[in-house]
Design a binder for this molecule. Structure first.
Ligand SMILES: [Zn+2]
Length: 286
């Protein structure tokens, strides 16, 4: 039996292999932060998405002791549209999906059945979602999920009520939101004196970016939208707003952990089985 001290370890990578086997038997939620390295204006480090995703995931795991384990962050993601900006590192989209599926499949191999991807980078969204779907198709008794943080109705309402930047556009990238979150986590790494507001002229009622984008998705090269890399207004960011939004995002993720922890898999059944057996019997009698 592990010591009490060892049994409270929340980071997967700090366990020994017998401890991993013991934890798998408890059927916890494996929480995997996913991010990318890319430009976040002149004022935020390129690791912004990784720092935010990891902080949110770790605090949510700590808020649910015994129910969840924190996996190491998948630092690199899909960001070819940011390669005009020095620092961005991109993984080819299919390789990225395969890599996430490989991580999930490894966990499943060791007996884990519940996986929550905490993604901090917008352009990863469809690919992380695809990886989660593929894991559930691979194994019917697995539950894998992802989401875009601060997007539940309560969170959207909180953002609308507490933001100072204009909408749409003030909260898209290296913006009021991401800058406030980083200020709440590592203020010493944020160069607020270099923050600039940059919101494109959308020239459209349907094409725009904000924390949740407009109804029509048009992306292309990031440098076609912004000179500084910013889309939004980081000049109005504060650590205080960051703390409020961080707390809300952690609650949201802790709730997702509860949901995944209690959920029973909907395994379905293959309706070909009966048809195949009937065909076989028919063939056998002729
Ligand atoms: Zn970001």
């Amino acid at each position: 039996m592990p010591s009490t001290e060892r049994s409270t370890i929340h980071r997967y990578a700090e366990l020994t292999w017998p401890e991993v086997a013991e934890r798998a038997a408890d059927d916890p939620v494996c929480v995997i932060p996913v991010a990318t390295l890319e430009d976040h204006g002149h004022h935020l480090p390129i690791d912004t998405d990784a720092v935010i995703a990891e902080t949110l995931a770790e605090r949510a795991v700590l808020a649910r002791p015994g129910r969840a384990l924190l996996l190491p962050t998948v630092t690199h993601g899909y960001t070819p549209h940011h390669m005009d900006f020095p620092g961005s590192i991109t993984i080819e989209w299919k390789r990225f999906v395969d890599y996430l599926v490989d991580i999930g499949s490894s966990l499943i191999h060791h007996g884990f059945r519940r996986i929550l991807f905490v993604n901090g980078h917008g352009s990863n969204v469809p690919l992380v979602d695809m990886a989660a779907r593929l894991l559930m198709l691979e194994r019917r008794d697995v539950i894998a999920a992802t989401f875009w943080y601060l997007s539940t109705p309560e969170s959207a309402e909180l953002l609308a009520r507490t933001r100072d930047s204009e909408t749409p556009g003030g909260m898209a990238h290296a913006c009021e939101l991401e800058t406030s979150l980083y200020l709440a986590i590592h203020p010493e790494r944020v160069q607020m004196d270099r923050a600039v507001k940059e919101i494109p002229d959308w020239d459209s009622d349907t094409v725009w970016m904000d924390w949740n984008d407009g109804p029509l998705s048009v992306k292309g090269q990031w440098s076609g939208w912004t000179e500084s890399g910013v889309i939004g207004d980081p000049t109005v960011a504060t650590a205080e707003k960051g703390r409020i939004w961080l707390e809300r995002a952690v609650e949201e993720i802790a709730d997702h952990i509860d949901e995944l922890h209690r959920r029973a898999p909907r395994t379905g059944r293959d309706h070909h089985e009966g048809a195949g057996a009937a065909l076989h019997t028919r063939e056998g009698t002729t």
